[in-house]
Design a protein around this ligand. Structure first.
Ligand SMILES: [Zn+2]
Ligand SMILES: [Zn+2]
Length: 276
């Protein structure tokens, strides 16, 4: 089993980063402290998924990313997950976890399977809050499946994830030469694909004057890249400005940017795990 399959270092890095950002930015501390509990659970679940897949004969490799969930592996962990959320989440989410824990395992399966089939593709109306339980629980599984799925040939400017067909969660600017290269990070399987800069990933607008950028003083390495044509925005973490950033985590801390975007009438194409 490789570390790419267990994801251990990845989850450790996310937890460390959440701790660091939480101590530096009190406005995001509540969210980030909760996220650390979620990431710790995800790390253990991912290791369990990788271990049980190793025991099966060749199993999932090469299969479709969204092929049916391995419920025999996943389901035994769901109750523990719900009680963790109940204990540590903000009240409304904790209550939702409690209500879910009272339902039958058939309802759990229905909710997990619905998320697994549609997430990132047709879920805009569902809202991040309603999705949180299935999304946080299945994220390690989606990331595990993505690590097993062969990368498709590189295509620039594809607006949905080439591995699973989901919409992007955010942008990531990675160091490349003197400036940076833009990647989009998938909202479902967390893989990245390259994308052209100065191009709206939602509607295809490419006139620079219609694509305003906003940066908040508190987090100079995170930017809102908005589009005045479709009124959607992409939040982008700029690793050329802060090489220690972990895009998935820094995005959760970027509350001032989200507020700015909403005040100015821009919507996010795909909300993050915590719905901001
Ligand atoms: Zn994907
Ligand atoms: Zn646009």
């Amino acid at each position: 089993m490789t570390t790419a399959q267990t994801g251990v270092t990845e989850y450790d890095a996310r937890m460390r980063r959440a701790g660091r950002l939480s101590s530096e930015h009190s406005f995001a501390a509540e969210f980030l402290d909760f996220y650390k509990h979620v990431a710790a659970f995800q790390k253990t679940l991912r290791a369990n998924i990788a271990a049980s897949s190793g025991m099966k004969s060749r199993g999932a490799s090469g299969a479709e990313l969204r092929s049916p969930l391995d419920l025999a592996v996943l389901l035994p962990h769901f109750r523990g997950f719900l009680s963790l959320i109940e204990q540590h989440a903000p009240p409304a989410l904790g209550k939702a976890a409690h209500q879910m824990s009272l339902l039958s395992s058939d309802s759990w399966i229905a909710s997990l399977e619905a998320y697994w089939q549609h997430a990132g593709k047709y879920d805009q109306q569902i809202g991040a809050f309603a999705q949180f339980l299935a999304r946080a629980f299945l994220q390690p599984y989606a990331e595990f499946r993505a690590a097993l799925t062969p990368q498709p040939p590189m295509a620039m400017t594809v607006r949905v994830c080439p591995l699973c067909g989901s919409r992007p969660l955010m942008g990531v600017l990675r160091v490349e030469g003197d400036s940076g290269k833009l990647f989009l990070l998938c909202s479902f399987c967390s893989q990245e694909w390259e994308f052209r800069r100065i191009l709206c990933p939602t509607c295809g607008e490419e006139a620079e004057g219609k694509l305003p950028v906003y940066v908040a003083e508190q987090l100079p390495h995170v930017r809102v890249e908005a589009c005045d044509t479709c009124k959607f925005y992409l939040q982008t973490v700029d690793l050329t400005k802060d090489g220690h950033a972990i895009p998935l985590v820094d995005d959760l801390a970027a509350i001032p940017l989200t507020l700015w975007a909403h005040e100015h009438g821009y919507s996010r194409l795909q909300p993050n795990l915590l719905g901001t």
